[in-house]
Design a protein around this ligand. Structure first.
Ligand SMILES: C[S@@+](CC[C@H](N)C(=O)[O-])C[C@H]1O[C@@H](n2cnc3c(N)ncnc32)[C@H](O)[C@@H]1O
Length: 317
C-alpha cells in the first residue's frame, strides 16, 4: 500500500488537472465560436442591407469583416486543436488513473490477505503458548486456574490472564515510546533498561513473557499478587522465586519502578479507583503506567495519556 498510494494520489491529481484544463478549453471554444458566429451574423446582415447595390463603404466594411472572419476562424481552429489535446490528455490520464487505482486495489487486497494470515498465525501461537503454560502449570502441581483455591477477596478479580498478543503489542509500543523519551536516554542503548513491576501478577506468566520475548530493555522484572497460592506456584513454574511476591496492591509502594503494569484487579469500581489512586500517588514522576481497563485514570491530573489505544500513561508531575 505504502508505495502504491502516492502513485495513485499523483494520478488522481494529474487527472484533476487535466479535467480542469479540459473545462478551460471547452470555455475557450465556446467564446471563440461565439465570436465567429457574431462576425458571420454581421457579414450576413451587411449582405442583406446591400443586396441591391454595394457602396464603396459597404465593400470596404465587407472586406474588413471577411478578413476578421478568416482570422477568427484560424483562432477557432487553434482553440479546437487545444480542446482536442486537452480531451486526449484527460483520456490518457483517465487510463493512468484507472491503472493506478487497480494497482492500489490489488495491493490493498494482498495486504488484507497478509493480515489475515498474520492474525491466524498470532492466534495459533497464542494457543501454543497457552498450552505450554498449562503443561508447565500441571507439571509444577498448580491447581486449575478455575479452582476454588484461587478465590481471593470480595470485589477482586481472581486470576484472569491478559490476552497474550495484546500484552506483546503493548510491550512493543512501550519500547518505541521509551526509545523516544529523553528522560530514558542512554549513551549506548535505545534507552536505559527499565525496572518493571506487575501488580496482580498471578503466577507471573506476563513476567515470564516479558523476559522471554526480549521486546524491551529490562533492568529488573518484579511482580506482586495477594494470592499466595498463585505466587508460590508461579515461583516454581516460571523460576520467579526472587521476583514474584505476596503483597497487597492497595497498600504497595510503586516508587522504585519505571513501568507498572496493572490489568484491572478489581470488579468493584471503588476498590479499583482506590488502587489507581495508590499507584498514581506513589509512582515516581517520569514512570509509565500500563493499565488496560482502568476505572478512570483521567481523574489524576498528574497522569498524561501517552497512547490511549494501548492504555499507556505517564506520570508527568
Ligand atoms: C485480572 S487478574 C490479572 C492477571 C495478570 N495481571 C494478567 O494480566 O495476566 C487480577 C489479579 O489480581 C490479583 N489481585 C486481586 N486483588 C489483589 C490485591 N489486593 N493485591 C494484589 N493482587 C491482587 C488476583 O489474585 C489476580 O491474580
Amino acid at each position: 500500500m505504502t508505495d502504491s498510494l502516492p502513485s495513485f494520489l499523483s494520478a488522481d491529481v494529474r487527472l484533476g488537472a487535466a479535467l480542469e484544463a479540459l473545462a478551460g478549453a471547452i470555455g475557450d471554444l465556446e467564446v471563440q465560436q461565439k465570436k465567429l458566429d457574431t462576425l458571420g451574423g454581421r457579414v450576413v446582415a451587411l449582405a442583406k442591407a446591400n443586396s441591391a447595390e454595394w457602396s464603396p463603404t459597404a465593400r470596404s466594411a465587407l472586406s474588413s469583416l471577411t478578413a476578421r472572419l478568416a482570422l477568427q476562424q484560424k483562432t477557432l481552429d487553434q482553440t479546437r486543436a487545444a480542446f482536442a489535446a486537452a480531451r486526449d490528455a484527460v483520456q490518457a490520464n483517465g487510463r493512468a488513473h484507472d491503472l493506478a487505482l487497480e494497482q492500489y486495489r490489488e495491493r490493498e487486497l494482498a495486504r488484507y490477505q497478509t493480515m489475515q494470515v498474520m492474525t491466524r498465525r498470532q492466534g495459533a501461537l497464542a494457543r501454543v503458548l497457552h498450552s505450554l503454560i498449562e503443561q508447565r502449570r500441571r507439571e509444577a502441581g498448580m491447581p486449575d486456574p478455575d479452582s476454588e483455591d484461587y478465590v481471593l477477596m470480595k470485589g477482586a478479580y481472581d486470576y484472569i490472564p491478559f490476552d497474550v498478543n495484546r500484552f506483546l503489542d503493548l510491550l512493543g509500543r512501550l519500547d518505541t515510546i521509551l526509545s523516544l523519551d529523553a528522560a530514558y536516554a542512554d549513551p549506548r542503548l535505545r534507552y536505559r533498561p527499565v525496572r518493571f513491576l506487575e501488580a496482580g501478577a498471578g503466577p507471573g506468566r506476563n513476567m515470564m513473557l516479558l523476559k522471554a520475548s526480549q521486546l524491551m530493555l529490562i533492568e529488573s522484572v518484579a511482580g506482586i499478587d495477594l494470592n499466595g497460592l498463585q505466587v508460590s506456584n508461579g515461583q516454581v513454574a516460571f523460576g520467579l522465586e526472587d521476583s514474584l511476591f505476596v503483597a497487597d496492591a492497595l497498600a504497595f509502594d510503586y516508587a522504585p519502578y519505571d513501568v507498572i503494569f496493572s490489568y484491572r484487579l478489581f470488579r468493584d469500581d471503588a476498590m479499583q479507583a482506590q488502587l489507581e489512586a495508590q499507584v498514581v500517588a506513589t509512582m515516581r514522576v517520569g514512570a509509565y503506567l500500563l493499565a488496560p481497563f482502568p476505572f478512570d485514570l483521567t481523574l489524576h491530573p498528574g497522569l498524561e495519556a501517552v497512547d490511549p489505544d494501548f492504555d499507556i500513561w505517564k506520570k508527568v508531575r
